[in-house]
Design a protein around this ligand. Structure first.
Ligand code: ADP
Length: 258
């Protein structure tokens, strides 16, 4: 009977350890799969601007009959693709750091009202170029605890998108107010909007609603996934409402300092 007891308990132990091993290996497998997908998507996205740069430089070098002005067009195209690529590499680095838990969120005292105003100022030239009027409605002195640089990055991503996905003339509005213990920020545009089927995917990495067109705008499909990470790592929430051809509103809620 001792032998029987040993066999039964080793069987039970084997079942338990098999179950635990399965549980602990699953997240590792999933994260490994996500990493593989991330590298595949990133390489694909990097190849596109590289190809554009190569073909334009090829054309500039091979076209002996072209005038300097004609060659300049090829070089301009190549140059603007290096800008797309540099933005992409910056975003990829940020996401890689996020995935390996290397990004820390500062917890300084941040004047959110001031950050909103500074973001709008920073984009003044872009608003002007696209003939977009700006409406600002900011409650004064809304203070939150967080990382000024990252919150600025989030505001820039939302503002940059509002401009990119607007036709001229357009309208941009930024509203900030406090309710109980949270700050409520709304950034709206009267641009192209997002269809219902795209709406639930726009915070996914590499997702672009209208692939071809939105790539032409310099879109990488990474901005919103970074913005969402920043908001959530400040204990907040981000959501979007949008209607095609009417416009889009992003709402960000962040906890306020007591
Ligand atoms: P991208 O670099 O392509 O703009 P994002 O992650 O910031 O990447 O946005 C993902 C996609 O969501 C965009 O490609 C675009 O299709 C859509 N989108 C984001 N913001 C807006 C907006 N304000 N109006 C319309 N579409 C938007």
């Amino acid at each position: 009977s001792l032998l029987f007891l040993i066999i039964v308990s080793s069987f039970i132990l084997a079942v338990i350890s098999w179950h635990l091993a399965g549980k602990s290996i699953r997240p590792v497998m999933e994260s490994w799969k996500r990493q593989k997908e991330f590298i595949a998507d990133a390489s694909h996205e990097l190849r596109t601007p590289l190809t554009v740069i190569q073909t334009n430089l090829d054309a500039a070098m091979c076209d002996n009959s072209g005038t300097i002005a004609e060659n300049r067009v090829w070089l301009d195209n190549a140059y603007s693709e290096t800008e797309v690529m540099s933005k992409l590499v910056g975003e990829l680095l940020m996401l890689a750091k996020i995935d390996s838990n290397q990004v820390t969120i500062g917890n300084g005292n941040v004047d959110l009202t001031d950050l909103c105003r500074r973001t709008v100022d920073k984009f003044a030239e872009n608003f002007k170029m696209k003939d977009i009027s700006v409406e600002m409605n900011l409650e004064e002195g809304i203070m939150i605890s967080g990382d000024e640089l990252k919150l600025t990055q989030m505001l820039s991503i939302l503002t940059d998108n509002a401009i990119k996905y607007s036709e001229s003339p357009g309208k941009y509005s930024i509203r900030l107010n406090s309710e109980k213990n949270k700050a409520i920020l709304k950034i709206s545009d009267e641009g192209v909007g997002i269809s219902d089927e795209d709406l639930h995917r726009i915070f996914d990495r590499f997702y672009r609603a209208d692939k071809a067109r939105h790539r032409e705008e310099g879109g990488t499909g990474l901005g919103l996934s970074i913005a969402k990470w920043i908001v959530e790592n400040h204990g907040g929430k981000i959501k979007v409402d949008s209607t095609v051809d009417i416009g889009t509103t992003f709402t960000v809620e962040l906890p306020i300092n007591d």
